[in-house]
Design a protein around this ligand. Structure first.
Ligand code: 3PY
Length: 254
């Protein structure tokens, strides 16, 4: 298993993915065959239990996507579990300081870069089929760590967060960011747009990859033009709900 997403990002390419909040592995597999690069399997705003997450990771791999898990808080145990299950990376919500970002990197990396607990028997380690030293090297090199910038506190601390060694990138959470700015969901507000553009520009300048949740492809293209490379475009329900609504509207027209 190779982390194609990390390879593409390193080559300066853009990667496209989707959030998954209402799992079944089959639906993850279904979107993967369409040609997406990654899926963010959400455990923050979802009811996924650990076994479901593991099966969604499998489904992503089968259909050629990098499985990225959003843990529900910045906890070493949750980061460890996601990577042990075979996630290709983690997204960590509500990271507001360089210290918190450093904790996330330390939790995600084995020694010497971090303090992640080692076990050669996990799914990530291919249950022991891979020599432990190879797995440790591979995982440290290839696992992606994105911390979410989704609060004005993080924006104020952005310079220090971006300077954290071993951190691959930042991931902008538009809804929470807009809330912390006192303008929940006002994604067209000029001040909100200015801040988002500024975060992207500063992230790129610092040499980190910038990810962002996009409502649609128009927004994704806009952020791509600003330099964001890791684009999570919509979610499972955002694809499904309009289709069902349309079906109901159409049939009721008589
Ligand atoms: C947000 O918009 O707040 C996110 O975290 C993206 O899902």
């Amino acid at each position: 298993y190779k982390n194609k997403v990390k390879e593409k990002l390193a080559a300066g390419q853009t990667v496209n993915g989707i959030f998954y909040c209402n799992g079944r592995p089959a639906y993850v597999e279904m979107v993967g065959y369409a040609g997406l690069d990654f899926v963010i399997i959400d455990t923050e705003h979802s009811s996924h239990d650990a076994e479901m997450v593991e099966n969604m990771i499998r489904a992503a791999e089968v259909s050629g996507m990098a499985p990225i898990v959003r843990v529900y808080e910045n906890s070493p145990a949750l980061i460890l579990r996601a990577l042990d299950m075979g996630a290709g990376g983690v997204v960590i919500p509500q990271v507001n300081t360089a210290h918190e970002a450093r904790l996330a990197v330390t939790a995600a990396k084995f020694s010497p870069q971090g303090t992640r607990g080692v076990a050669g028997i996990t799914r990530g380690a291919r249950y022991g089929y891979v020599p432990l030293t190879d797995y440790v090297t591979y995982s440290n090199k290839n696992s992606l760590v994105f911390v979410q910038v989704e609060d004005v506190i993080a924006v104020n601390n952005l310079e220090e967060i971006l300077a954290v060694d071993g951190l691959d990138g930042i991931f902008i959470g538009p809804t929470d960011l807009s809330q912390s700015m006192g303008m929940t969901g006002q994604f067209d507000n000029p001040e909100y747009c200015r801040i988002v553009a500024d975060i992207i520009t500063r992230g790129v300048k610092a040499g980190k990859w910038v990810g962002i949740f996009c409502l649609d492809t128009t927004q994704a293209k806009h952020y791509r033009n600003l330099g964001a490379q890791f684009l999570a475009i919509g979610s499972d329900s955002m694809l499904f709900v309009p289709a069902v609504r349309n079906l109901v509207d159409e049939i009721k027209k008589g």
